[in-house]
Write a protein of this length. Structure first.
Lengths: 269, 295
């Protein structure tokens, strides 16, 4: 449980911060695509008998950089992203069948833990590695937060002011990829989109100030993580992945009750 | 399966249709490919790939919940997909500029639905091996009744879509002008999401919830690379959908690997071929350089 809280907190902070920029930039679908890519990465690693984490990080970071460097971003290219990840998922199915047929010990359970996570099963060393990776992601993001914010709000003006918009695109999607791989260990490949989108979506609804929203997003993520772990501790039949995502979704739903803010009326950096 | 591929194609075809389950698989695959292709074509035109993908995965908790409660999985598929379609329609904000926020909402719906599916499966013990067939589908063991239900729902969805096709296309291409000309854009948008929900609920019972999206998006994306004329484009979409489904079924029958892999791979190959045919090999690089100069 200590390991779960430690790793979970670090992962929630990282996904909350990265998720805020992802929502701001309108790249939630890219996050969705990367979450499905992580299924394939992990299953490929399992099928070839290497550490699932290597497959996870390699696949998601590579596809993240690929999407960014092809210039496929925003609304116009959803179809390309969708076609690519539908095929990558098809590859995942192939690896799943290779894994379940070729390894005698392999059954559906390993595939299920990739898809839906097993945060309570993290060992101490795995938890420490997860914390270190999360810290690295947060550090990178904070170093580029100011120019990234500028580029996310208005990339043409940012480029004119000498911000290297293309480089930021690529580095940011690499970070989203790393974050997706990281969160897969906690809540699983299929659910990590909730950790990326829900706290950030709620924070953006609650405040228009970017840095406040950034901190709020991370805080809501941690809140969902802790509350979810607590619920699954009290009621052991409820899987922690479900409890975490349920709390995050509830927070997002509650944010609709808050007074709707006026866009741009009190925005300040 | 004991099937052996040979270069005697007549014999291969005979083997392919030797068993009733393969005949039903081809019937179901044909219906699924046509319906998913046509609805997917509108989905791609309307740039609602993310909503379509979310509706597709929502079928999973529906089916898992239905199995947990002991009712037919079909009820779960239809109930959850239609419910999620209405929810996404309700989340859609007024203006177009709030795309980021809307997609955050869709993402939350998707993650919560999948999480709920996982909860149902954990509550219903001993179902763990069923997960993979729910998620990744199975063309085997489709009954005659299922084919009939597929046909009825598919024809109903296509008839409804056909009735609104012209105004829907207008509203999809230019919502502002369409609204100014008296087209009820908002109502059409809700209706389309409901039809999309109905279609994916139907299709995902056969293909599994994770692979519906491939049949929705890839044939349509390929066709739109090839022609800009709507009628031709829809026809090509259906043709590609049928070709990859039939080919996928046939190849999967003769090899030990899953159908989902073959269908998505053939569809993606068609998409890549169409993109290259349209743009040429060198074009992506030129495009990139022009973009870099512009920024």
């Amino acid at each position: 449980m200590t390991n779960a809280v430690l790793a979970g907190t670090a992962i929630a902070v990282a996904t909350g911060l990265v998720g805020y920029f992802m929502v701001l930039r309108g790249q939630v679908f890219t996050g969705d695509a990367l979450s499905h890519v992580s299924v394939t990465g992990a299953l490929a690693a399992l099928a070839f008998g290497i550490d699932a984490r290597i497959g996870l990080f390699a696949a998601t970071i590579a596809v993240g950089i690929g999407i960014a460097s092809l210039g496929l971003r925003g609304k116009a290219d959803d179809v390309v992203i969708g076609s690519v990840f539908a095929w990558v998922l098809g590859l995942g199915v192939l690896f799943l069948s290779l894994y379940t047929t070729s390894r005698s010990g392999g059954n559906g359970a390993a595939g299920v833990s990739v898809l839906f996570g097993s945060i309570l099963g993290l060992s101490a060393t795995r938890a420490y590695v997860a914390v270190a990776v999360a810290a690295a992601i947060v550090l990178c993001l904070l170093l580029m937060a100011r120019p990234l914010l500028f580029a996310s709000v208005d990339d043409a003006v940012a480029a004119a002011r000498g911000v290297r918009v293309r480089v930021l695109d690529v580095v940011f999607l690499a970070l989203v990829g790393a974050c997706a791989a990281e969160a897969t260990q906690a809540v699983g490949a299929l659910l990590l989109l909730g950790l990326l989108a829900a706290p950030a979506g709620a924070a953006i609804r609650l405040t228009a100030r970017p840095y406040r929203a950034l901190v709020l997003s991370a805080a809501l993520g941690v809140l969902a993580m802790w509350a979810g772990l607590l619920v699954s501790d009290v009621a052991p039949r409820v899987p922690p992945s479900f409890a975490i995502i349920a709390v995050a979704s509830a927070v997002y739903a509650l944010s609709f009750l808050a007074r709707p803010r006026r866009r741009g009326s009190n925005a300040s950096m | 399966m004991g099937a052996h591929f040979s270069w005697n194609l007549v014999d291969d075809l005979r083997q392919l249709f030797e068993f009733p389950f393969m005949v039903n698989a081809f019937r179901a695959g044909t219906i699924v490919a046509v319906v998913a292709g046509v609805i997917g074509w509108f989905m791609v035109v309307r740039r609602q790939a993310f909503a379509g993908h979310t509706l597709a995965v929502v079928g999973f908790p529906g089916a898992a919940g239905a199995v947990w409660l002991g009712v037919s999985a079909s009820w779960g598929f239809f109930g959850f997909c239609l419910g999620a379609a209405l929810l996404i329609a309700a989340l859609r904000p007024e203006g177009d500029e709030r795309y980021g926020e809307e997609s955050a909402g869709i993402g939350v719906v998707q993650a919560f639905a999948l999480a709920a599916g996982f909860l149902f499966i954990s509550l219903y013990r001993g179902f763990l091996n069923g997960i993979n067939s729910l998620l990744f589908g199975s063309f085997l063991g489709i009954t005659n009744e299922q084919v009939l239900v597929l046909l009825i729902v598919g024809v109903a969805a296509l008839a409804a879509l056909g009735a609104v096709a012209r105004p829907l296309l207008f509203a999809s291409v230019d919502p502002d002008v369409a609204a100014a000309r008296g087209v009820r854009v908002r109502a059409l948008s809700v209706l389309f999401l409901v039809l999309l929900g109905l279609t994916v609920a139907e299709v995902s019972q056969i293909t599994g919830t994770l692979l519906v999206f491939a049949l929705l998006v890839m044939p349509a994306a390929t066709a739109q690379q090839l022609t800009a004329r709507p009628a031709w484009s829809v026809a090509i979409t259906v043709a590609i959908g049928l070709a990859v489904t039939w080919l996928g079924l046939a190849v999967a029958y003769f090899t030990p690997y899953p159908i989902g892999f073959f269908v998505t791979t053939f569809a993606f190959a068609a998409y890549l071929a169409a993109t290259v045919a349209r743009n040429g090999w060198r074009r992506p690089w030129r495009f990139k350089r022009a973009r870099t100069l512009a920024t």
